[in-house]
Design a protein around this ligand. Structure first.
Ligand code: AMP
Ligand code: MN
Ligand code: MN
Ligand code: MN
Length: 273
C-alpha cells in the first residue's frame, strides 16, 4: 500500500518545519508520494533545489486562496510546472494580495484597540507570506488571547474583523493559473467550509465549469462517514480524488503521511502521473 500525502505546509507559509525538515519527516514516516502545498507560494521547491529524494516522489504543489460567494475557499494545484509563466504570475499576484491583506488585517485589529506590533507579526512570518496564524500567534504572545483557537474565534475566524478575503483572485482565475501550468486543480478540504450539501454541490459545479478536476476526499482527521460522503460526491461529479494530511507542524492537527484510508471506489488523482 503506497503512502500518499498531497497536502502539507512548511515555514514558507504557516507551517513550522523548513522544506528540508518536512521532506525528512515525510521520509521517516515512509511517505511514497508527497506534495508540499504552501499557501500561495512555491518557494519551498526553490529552497529544496536538487535535494536528493531517496526514493520519495515529490509532486510540485500549491494551495491557493480565493473566495466563492463570500466563503473563503482553498484550491490545491498539483503536478504543476513550477517554471511556467502561468503559475509564476499567479503567485506574484497572490503575494501582492497577501501583503495588502496583512496591512488591512493590521488596521482592522488595531481599530479594535488591540496593540499589534506589525513589525513583530512580519518577524513571526519570516518577513513574507503573512497569514492569519501569524497574527494569532502575536495576539497570544502579547496576552490579548489565551491561545490560537481563541484568536481565531474572537478576531480572525470566519466573519470576524480579521477575516479579510476580498484581496484574492477569483476562483476561475485561480483554476486557470493551475491548469495553465499543466496541473490539476483540486478543491481542498471540502468539509471545512461548513456548506450545506446543496451549496457544496453548487461550489463544485462552478469549480468544474472553471476547469477544476479534483477534490480532496480524505483530508486531515476525518471519520468514516465524512469520507464516504465525500467519496460519493466525488464520483457523482466525476472528479479525481486526492488525499492529504494538511500537516502544518508536529503535534498539531494531523501528522505528515497519516490520514484515513483512501476510498477504493474513487479514481486517484495520481493515477495518471
Ligand atoms: P490565511 O492563509 O491567512 O487565510 O490563514 C488560514 C490558515 O489559518 C489555515 O490554513 C490554518 O492553517 C489556520 N487556521 C485556520 N483556522 C484556525 C484556527 N481556528 N486555529 C488555528 N489556526 C487556524
Ligand atoms: Mn494553513
Ligand atoms: Mn486550507
Ligand atoms: Mn492547507
Amino acid at each position: 500500500m503506497q503512502k500518499i500525502d498531497l497536502h502539507s505546509h512548511t515555514l514558507v507559509s504557516d507551517g513550522s518545519l523548513s522544506p528540508l525538515q518536512l521532506l525528512q519527516r515525510a521520509q521517516a514516516n515512509a511517505v511514497d508520494i508527497l506534495a508540499i502545498t504552501d499557501h500561495d507560494s512555491i518557494e519551498a521547491y526553490q529552497q529544496l533545489g536538487n535535494q536528493a529524494l531517496n526514493g520519495l516522489r515529490l509532486i510540485a504543489g500549491i494551495e491557493l486562496s480565493t473566495q466563492w460567494r463570500g466563503v473563503g475557499v482553498h484550491i490545491v494545484g498539483l503536478n504543476i510546472d513550477l517554471t511556467s509563466t502561468s503559475i509564476l504570475s499567479g503567485v506574484a499576484q497572490q503575494e501582492q494580495a497577501r501583503s495588502e491583506r496583512a496591512q488591512l488585517i493590521y488596521q482592522r485589529l488595531t481599530k479594535l484597540g488591540l496593540a499589534i506590533d506589525f513589525e513583530r507579526v512580519k518577524e513571526i512570518a519570516n518577513q513574507s507570506n503573512i497569514g492569519r496564524p501569524h497574527f494569532a500567534q502575536h495576539l497570544v504572545e502579547v496576552g490579548a488571547v489565551k491561545n490560537m483557537a481563541t484568536a481565531f474565534k474572537k478576531y480572525l475566524g470566519d466573519g470576524k474583523p480579521g477575516d479579510v478575503k476580498q484581496c484574492w483572485a477569483e476562483l476561475p482565475q485561480i483554476v486557470e493559473w493551475i491548469v495553465g501550468a499543466g496541473g490539476v486543480a483540486v478543491l481542498a478540504h471540502p468539509l471545512k467550509y461548513k456548506l450545506t450539501r446543496t451549496k457544496l454541490s453548487v461550489l463544485l459545479d462552478d469549480f468544474i465549469a472553471a476547469g477544476g478536476s479534483g477534490m480532496e476526499v480524505v483530508s486531515g482527521q476525518q471519520n468514516k462517514d465524512e469520507t464516504n460522503k465525500l467519496a460519493r460526491l466525488c464520483n457523482e461529479k466525476n472528479l479525481l480524488a486526492s488525499c492529504g494530511s494538511d500537516f502544518h507542524q508536529p503535534s498539531q492537527w494531523s501528522e505528515i503521511g497519516t490520514m484515513a484510508a483512501f476510498p477504493s471506489e474513487c479514481e486517484p488523482v495520481w493515477a495518471a502521473w
